[in-house]
Design a protein around this ligand. Structure first.
Ligand code: DGL
Length: 271
């Protein structure tokens, strides 16, 4: 299948988190048709082994390539950390692969050289040391304080937001000793923009809260422009949303993000 500007953009995550990225892409590039895959059958990725996340990621990439996607955007930090190179190799010349980590690390280099910044993410993302290695490789003297915050994804997937308990969980994590004195914090999980407001409130505007979704959407636009792959304005694109298991929360969140009725397509990754 030859790639053209009309080809869709494929995105995937373990669940609703990547919708924050899909939403930012849709806002910046409203003519692009998106195909989103939420791997709800295997959620959360943050507690899975490297091998399991790599297997899921390649399998989903295959589904998105079969659908003719010109770009595969790994809209999940855990999968970006565990499987980016593998997915890129698998896609080869069939599609350009983006992850959600590199554009944020670039942004940190431009704006926070010689500063102390925090990173919160899943256990698997922190244990992979991907951010730590990439920030170190910049050689810009950034003091990165990386901390796993495993309770946040299940809390968000349950829609448990903006209440007393969610605030207490967030406060408990952010008041940890290792995150003190930071000037910015990277939301190193695509679920976390859903609690960005609570995190910003905790810091009362004194710490920059870096949300990868808009930064990644801008990097994607740059690539499409440069390569003449931007979709032309025609009819509003009909996005597709695929899930490996049906959940009420996924449907609810998708409607909230895209403001329309969505038809979820159930796709079993393995028989
Ligand atoms: N949203 C994902 C991330 O960015 C993964 C969350 C999970 O499934 O644990 O890491």
């Amino acid at each position: 299948m030859s790639l053209t500007s009309k080809s869709p953009i494929g995105l995937f995550d373990s669940g609703v988190g990547g919708l924050t990225v899909a939403h930012a892409v849709n806002k910046l590039l409203p003519d692009e048709k998106l195909i989103y895959f939420g791997d709800t059958a295997h959620l959360p990725y943050g507690d899975k082994s490297l091998a399991a996340i790599q297997a899921y990621s390649v399998k989903i990439t295959d589904v998105l390539l079969q659908a003719g996607c010109k770009v595969i955007l790994i809209a999940c930090n855990t999968a970006s950390a565990a499987a980016f190179e593998l997915v890129r190799e698998y896609a080869g010349s069939r599609a350009r692969v983006f992850n959600v980590i590199d554009p944020v690390v670039d942004y940190a280099r431009e704006h926070f050289a010689q500063k102390r910044i925090g990173l919160i993410a899943t256990k698997q993302t922190i244990a992979s040391q991907t951010y730590q290695r990439k920030v170190e490789a910049l050689g810009e003297g950034i003091d990165l304080r990386a901390m796993a915050t495993p309770l946040l994804v299940p809390m968000i997937e349950e829609g448990f937001l903006h209440n007393k308990i969610s605030r207490q969980i967030i406060d408990t994590y952010l008041s940890e000793e290792m995150l003190q004195g930071i000037e910015a914090i990277i939301l190193g999980c695509t679920h976390y923009p859903l609690i960005k407001k609570e995190i910003s409130e905790y810091y009362q505007g004194n710490v920059a809260v870096l949300d990868s979704s808009e930064i990644v959407a801008r990097a994607l636009r740059g690539y499409l422009e440069y390569n003449n792959l931007l979709a032309q304005p025609t009819q509003p694109p009909a996005h597709r949303f695929m899930v490996s298991d049906y959940t009420d929360n996924f449907e609810h969140s998708t409607k909230l993000f895209f403001g329309t009725e969505v038809q979820l397509e159930k796709y079993k990754l393995w028989e």
